[in-house]
Structures are given as C-alpha cells and as structure tokens.
Design a protein around this ligand. Structure first.
Ligand code: MF3
Ligand code: CO
Length: 258
C-alpha cells in the first residue's frame, strides 16, 4: 500500500530534508584527502542530533552507523571504516534523517580532489539520470516511468544500471511501498498520485550491472570492480509537479561553489 502524505507531513519531511542537505554540505567541505570515513560519520551524527534530528540508518535492521559511505567500486551500504579518502576517489554518501517522526533520504557521490574524466562523466550521468527520474514524478505517470527515464539516460551514456537495488517510498518509514527500479518499460506499476513521497535513487556502474555483497553483509560493490555512483533525492508528487524535499540551495560539493 502506498501511503499518501498530508500537506503537513510533506512540510515536515522537507524540514528533515533541510537537515539532510546541510549535513551533506558539511561532508562535502570535510571530504578531503586524509579524512577517515569514521570521522565523517561522527561529524554527521553530531550535527544531525544538534539539529534535533535522528540518524535514520543507525540501528535500522541493525545497521551500525549514521552514514552509508561507499568508496569507488562500492555501490551502497558501506559501513564507515578507518579508510582515509585519497585524491581521485569517488565516494558515495547516503543519509537518512528522521525529524518529528518523518524521514528524508538522500545520497550524493563526491569526488575527492581531482578525479579522472571518466569518473567525472559517471557522476554527471548519474545526476542527469536522477533529474530525468524526478521529472517523471508527476500525477498520472506510473512508477515505471521513473526507472525507464533513468535507464534511458544511463544506458545512452554507455553505463549500466544496477538491477538488484531499488528506490522506494519514504516518509513515515525509511522504506515504504512502492519499490522503484531504475530500469524497465514505461507506463507500468501504480499510478502516481498527489501526496506520494518517493526516494528516487539511481545506482550506476561504469562497467557491468552485477553486484557482490561483502562479508559484513551490508556493503555491496560492482562485481567487476568498476566505479559506481549513487545520487538520491526524496521527492513529493504534488499537483504542481515534483517537489524535491532534499534539494541543496547551492551546489553541495565544495569547489563547485562560485
Ligand atoms: N538510505 C538507504 C536507502 O537509500 C538505506 C540505507 S539502510 C542502512 O535506501 F541501514 F544501510 F542504512
Ligand atoms: Co533510499
């Protein structure tokens, strides 16, 4: 069952989303060569709690941290480790914040310092795919229109869509119906209606789409070791079109600032 949220709930999710955005901005500032993943996680947790929020991931199905931090070939659900960022890394950071019982979920893949032209293109394409997916989050479209749009962008650029991981409804809980695959035929699945709130999250690989799970039973990487990217926004379907509840007021990554 897809839960449609009231206007008040959507505003509450947007307030959770502001904490998400501001936390990602801090991470973007701090994510320089030498910082450890554990340090980033600690900074994020402290900041979220200072703002009155709760890190949604921590304790979710036993997950031990605030952030999922997934470097390079890792796609999602990386448990923060002592690993230190180095020049040229691409590091995906996924964060959920609960505020007054309502959840916002977002992810951003950061480049550390100078990254390769190929890596740059992977990040650009993933963001473009997310934007194309969000564009479909309109009353009267169907869930599969989102994935179809994502897949078209990603495969058109010669990259692959991860099949075994999906976006999802979000809001009263971290993961709600519907599942939102990042591929498929258009015009399938439930029709989108006002008040639906969706976490749209393309996960894409530079190489093939297959994945491997690591021994920690959380972190998942591309099977062929190719670079992976992940961008995610929480989006409300409204009568006026898609409303992104986790949108940065300015570019998140330091260095992109004017
Ligand atoms: N934020 C992730 C998502 O986009 C969920 C992470 S679950 C966790 O769905 F437990 F690993 F945090
Ligand atoms: Co999500």
């Amino acid at each position: 069952m897809i839960i449609r949220k009231s206007q008040a709930e959507i505003e509450g999710m947007a307030r959770a989303g502001e904490i998400v955005v501001d936390t990602l901005a801090i991470i973007g500032d701090e994510l320089r060569p030498g910082i450890s993943m554990i340090d980033l996680d600690r900074l994020a947790e402290e900041y979220i709690r200072e703002r009155g929020g709760v890190p949604t991931s921590k304790g979710y199905r036993g997950y031990p941290a605030t952030l999922c931090i997934s470097p390079n070939a890792m796609i999602v659900h990386g448990i923060p480790t002592e690993y230190r960022a180095k020049e040229g890394d691409v590091i995906s950071v996924d964060i959920g914040v609960t505020l007054d019982g309502l959840v916002a979920d977002s992810a951003y893949t950061f480049g550390v310092g100078e990254i390769s032209a190929d890596a740059e293109r992977l990040l650009d394409v993933c963001q473009e795919a997310l934007a194309a997916g969000i564009e479909q989050a309109r009353v009267g479209r169907h869930v599969s229109d989102i994935g179809h749009a994502v897949q078209t962008v990603v495969e058109g650029a010669g990259f692959s869509v991860v099949r075994s991981l999906v976006g999802h409804g979000v809001g009263r809980a971290y993961h709600e119906d519907p599942q939102i695959p990042n591929f498929g035929a258009p015009a399938r699945g439930p029709e989108l209606l006002p008040g639906m709130t969706l976490a749209i999250e393309p996960m894409i690989n530079a190489g093939g789409p297959d994945v491997v799970m690591h021994a920690d039973e959380w972190s998942i990487s591309s099977a062929d070791g190719s670079l992976s990217a992940h961008f995610e926004h929480t989006v409300a379907v409204t009568e006026d079109g898609p409303r992104v509840l986790t949108a940065a007021k300015r570019p998140v990554q330091a260095g992109l600032l004017p």
